[in-house]
Design a protein around this ligand. Structure first.
Ligand SMILES: [Zn+2]
Length: 566
């Protein structure tokens, strides 16, 4: 249901109307900062009531969570200035032509589109992707992923044949192509079998940590496209450490960032920030996905949730999702599923049988959130949104699918004043701030996290306005937030400090900005920011440049107060 702007505006409260002790906290921020490290260390032992990173509770309870990662510093092209990326001025793309290797494929010959199956070693053959058979790479406007996944659910393993048609839209000749291999951050999980370039077996590559670097024998020119084949096996990790959602538990397998993908290439560098245990670090270009899923044991298939609905083709589950950041799969033999409609967007809700009542609330809040954010910010970019109850901590967003912790379902009290509700609303907001509009999650995480957190405020404001003071106290001020809103993922040292600065001080900054420029300018800005940035990877410079179009009010004191790098 849409709400009129006047109705919404009449319900809004300003920070000045927030509880007086909260304002006092803001004033005392400088004092709190002096004791921030002490507070942060102490608060590591307090349950974190937040979202989008699954690990805080385990920092104190799991003695070896960080050992799940193989930390790497193997950025082959490290460069500085992650805070000065390009603005979002659209660039005219040249007509794409096919990339050719110097040895095998004649120049200007369209890249063959037939995919060779990757011979498996210990489980049955993978059915080669049925598509694409056309169009040729010259017509490709964004990366095309065609992935054939043979999933051994009971054996916690997979054999994968992946094809990427990658267009070079960087404006530079690329002598190397890098792929992000998140699954290679675990020992013994990612087993690379074959690499091919334009269907020719390719041996000139290296795999170090999350970097798969393919060296070309002639540069990929701007406007050209290249076909990259990757064959590999996954031996999935057990997620007992609750450190990452990737892997399996006793009743669930989550395939998140499970396939190598080409990260964005901007200003001469590949945007593949180092991993960090306190949060998400990856940056995603929009791409098109086609996933062909088969099971090693077809008679015992689990229920599969995914970023897009499936169709059945020749006995295989086929998923197609265009213009998305990534593609996620969650499977469980225990899943039940319900659905709802949000003005044409179908919400699929996967949950475990013992949590049916809480799941019903999750479905309803997600439906309401999609309606609220579509009205306030802009249309949801896909036709479906999937929610998955997960054994792991907190919440986690991916494009078209988000996870929500079982612990929230079990603690559900029948109200909307709890973590189940706030985090469901928060994760839904990430479909706008993360999915539709992306950012460098490592260097400017506030661009998605502060906006997703403040979107919780917008949701309660529009749907439960009497609960706004509760929201501020429960969600924000109870944590005594402090720290620079534009802290990088690596700056704060603890997850508590990271969340307090980026999420919670970020929400206070956005409220302060709104109070300063007024409701009309603030929401006009948010809608314009969404419209102009939809599909792009934005920076703080973009955020403030678009803001400048909607207000001439001086906010320099706010940026000085809340930001470190402005
Ligand atoms: Zn978040």
């Amino acid at each position: 249901m849409e709400k009129g702007k006047d109705d919404i505006t009449s319900k809004r409260v300003t920070l000045a109307e927030a509880p007086s002790f909260a304002r006092t906290l803001l004033i005392m921020k400088s004092i709190i900062l002096a004791y921030a490290q002490t507070l942060i260390l102490a608060s590591l032992f307090v349950l974190l009531l937040t979202s989008c990173s699954p690990i805080l509770a385990n920092l104190s309870t799991d003695p070896q969570p960080i050992k799940s990662y193989i930390f790497v510093t193997a950025n082959p092209q490290p460069t500085a200035t992650p805070f000065q990326p390009v603005r979002i001025t659209p660039t005219q793309l040249p007509t794409l032509t096919a990339y050719s290797t110097s040895t095998q494929v004649p120049t200007n010959t369209p890249i063959p589109t037939q995919t060779e199956p990757i011979p498996p070693t210990d489980i049955p053959s993978v059915t080669p992707p049925a598509a694409p058979t056309s169009p040729p790479p010259a017509a490709v406007e964004r990366p095309q992923y065609s992935i054939s996944l043979l999933f051994d659910y009971a054996g916690h393993a997979a054999t994968v044949s992946e094809t990427v048609i990658y267009p070079n839209r960087s404006g530079e000749a690329l002598s190397t192509i890098n792929l992000a291999v998140n699954s290679n951050l675990w020992s013994g999980v990612f087993a690379l079998q074959t690499i091919s370039i334009n269907d020719q077996t390719w041996g000139n590559y290296s795999l170090t940590g999350q970097w798969l670097t393919i060296n070309l024998d002639m540069p990929l020119q701007p406007g050209q496209a290249i076909k990259i084949g990757v064959g590999y096996q996954l031996t999935l990790p057990y997620s007992s450490a609750k450190f990452e959602n990737f892997g399996y538990t006793a009743r669930q397998t989550n395939l998140i960032d499970w396939y190598p993908f080409v990260p964005p290439y901007k200003n001469g560098q590949w945007l593949l920030p180092d991993p960090y245990p306190y949060g998400e670090n990856l940056v995603y270009e929009k791409a098109d996905f086609r996933i062909n899923l088969t099971f090693a044991d077809p008679a015992n298939q689990p229920v599969v949730a995914a970023s897009a609905p499936s169709t059945l083709e020749n006995g295989n589950l086929v998923y197609k999702l265009n213009n998305a950041r990534n593609f996620t799969i969650s499977a469980s033999s225990d899943y039940l599923v319900s659905s709802a409609d949000a003005n044409g967007v179908t919400i699929y809700n996967y949950y475990f049988p013992s949590d049916a009542n809480a799941a019903a609330m999750v479905l309803e809040l997600t439906r309401m959130s999609v309606n609220t954010y579509s009205t306030e910010f802009g249309n949801y970019p896909h036709t479906t949104l999937t929610v998955c109850e997960t054994d792991l901590n907190d919440g986690l967003e991916t494009d078209g699918l988000y996870f929500l912790a079982s612990s929230f379902y079990r603690a559900y009290d029948g109200s909307v004043t709890n973590n189940l509700s706030t985090i469901a609303v928060h994760e839904t907001a990430h479909q706008w701030w993360y999915g539709a509009i992306a950012n460098n999650q490592a260097t400017e995480p506030w661009l998605d996290e502060a906006l997703a957190t403040y979107s919780e405020h917008v949701f309660y404001e529009d749907n439960y306005p009497s609960l706004l003071n509760w929201w501020w106290n429960f969600r924000i001020y109870s944590h005594s937030p402090s720290g620079a809103v534009d802290s990088r993922l690596y700056d704060t040292g603890t997850f508590r400090g990271y969340v307090n600065a980026v999420y919670f001080d970020g929400a206070i900054f956005l409220q302060s900005l709104r109070d300063r420029i007024g409701d009309d300018a603030f929401f006009a800005f948010l809608r314009d920011y969404f419209t102009r940035s939809n599909g792009r990877i934005v920076t703080a410079d973009d955020f403030f440049a678009i803001l400048d179009l909607h207000t001439s009010t001086d906010i320099s004191d706010l940026t000085n107060k809340f930001f470190l790098y402005r």
